[in-house]
Ligand binder design. Structure first.
Ligand code: ATP
Length: 364
């Protein structure tokens, strides 16, 4: 069995593929095609192991995330490539919560990394902004905050109803995500980190963020550090996004910021993300969901899934192959070998074919 170590880039890597629902299945098919092109030519071997977890399986036999899934993944695979979960036939979204949130929590994927790169100036809704102005990463805390599901409702459905949602912030959780952001900035020569919170109003949980940030930043004197309240940050991101390289923030703000970032860089179809535990098995997925309204029609843009695959290759220490994928997506976008959401005329499969072909040429 392969180990989860990413140290040996020549060994066979085993990838769990979870396409999920809707356009997840379509974009992941293309991502696997492109990954095969990138690795076959460089002699690296990726073994893809398919898992049918998603709405169909749930509706068929009630399975969401099988009980042994997490231990099996930890033992047998090096990384997870994930499509999207969500299906109108499951209005409760139970399977989606069990599968994606379950994997994030049980594998302790505490970093949600979302790069935002404007490839083509025409794709941003901001006026007079070029590719140098929009190039940053959002480092979102992925296991704590308001998303832990602590709280309750009292006298539900009555005029006296009370709803409480707890915001959980631990010293360990806050410190490790802030350190990750500084380490990422250092490793990628990005030079600056901005931490954003609302500590002027959230005087307990976010005061902890501010305090930890001011302690940790002193250990990274080579990196410029800055603190902005979230309301100021969103204004600045729209007014002058070129100020930012690495933004680190809590689960809720990171969720919102990364969708803002996706739109600044051309929309959901292009946005990738990594759910990461450094040095351990991690999960890579496009930012978009299952998009039921366009599913099954060869319309979905596979570029977000391909860029997520590039992040996975980075994590597996397959840097040249990762760069080849990114180069192919940049070329596809610039030369308009794209789906309709980016102004092109190709279908999902045709974009995948073009990317696979381009990757092969880049690596030959
Ligand atoms: P979910 O509930 O699973 O998040 P959703 O439809 O609510 O699904 P998204 O899947 O994120 O949300 O998509 C919202 C809309 O953005 C889609 O209906 C579609 O028009 C567009 N979109 C999202 N992803 C893509 C893509 N890869 N290619 C083209 N359009 C996309």
């Amino acid at each position: 069995m392969p180990s989860n170590s990413s140290a040996n880039s020549s060994a066979t890597k085993r990838i769990a593929v979870i396409p999920g629902d809707g356009i997840g299945t379509e974009v992941i098919r293309e991502a696997v095609k492109v990954l095969k092109a990138a690795t076959s030519i460089t002699g690296t071997k990726l073994d893809f192991v398919q898992f049918d977890w998603g709405a169909d399986r749930y509706l068929r036999d009630g399975t969401t995330l099988p009980p042994d899934a997490v231990s099996m993944l930890r033992r047998d695979v090096d990384a997870i490539l994930f499509g999207a979960v969500g299906d109108p036939r499951v209005p409760s979204n139970k399977h989606a919560a069990d599968i994606l949130l379950g994997l994030r929590a049980k594998l302790e994927l505490y970093v949600n990394l979302r790069p935002v790169e404007l490839i083509e100036a025409a794709l941003t809704p901001l006026r007079d902004r070029g590719t140098n102005d929009i190039n940053f990463v959002v480092v979102r805390e992925n296991t704590e905050g308001l998303y832990v599901g602590m709280g309750g409702q009292f006298q539900r459905g009555t005029p006296h109803e009370v709803a409480v949602q707890e915001d959980v912030n631990t010293r360990r959780g806050v410190e490790r995500i802030i350190r990750y952001a500084f380490d990422y900035a250092r490793e990628h020569h990005l030079g600056r980190v901005c931490m954003s919170d609302k500590s002027n109003a959230l005087t307990f949980g976010h005061e902890l963020w501010l305090r930890v940030f001011s302690q940790v930043k002193d250990e990274y004197s080579d990196i410029e550090s800055r603190h902005l309240y979230i309301d100021t940050l969103v204004m600045e991101l729209v007014r002058d996004p070129g100020q930012f390289r690495v933004i680190v923030t809590c689960n809720l703000f990171g969720d919102i910021l990364s969708d803002l970032g996706a739109q600044l860089a051309g929309g959901l179809g292009l946005a990738p993300s990594g759910n990461i535990h450094p040095g351990r098995i991690s999960l890579f997925e496009p930012v978009h969901g299952s998009a039921p309204t366009i599913a099954g029609r060869n319309l979905a843009n596979p570029c977000g899934a391909v860029l997520a695959s590039a992040m996975m290759l980075d994590h597996l220490d397959l840097k040249p192959q990762a760069e080849a994928l990114r180069k192919a997506v940049r070329a596809a976008v610039r030369e308009k070998h794209t789906t309709a959401d980016l102004g092109g005329t190709l279908g999902t499969r045709e974009v995948g074919d073009w990317l696979a072909d381009n990757v092969t040429k880049n690596l030959t």
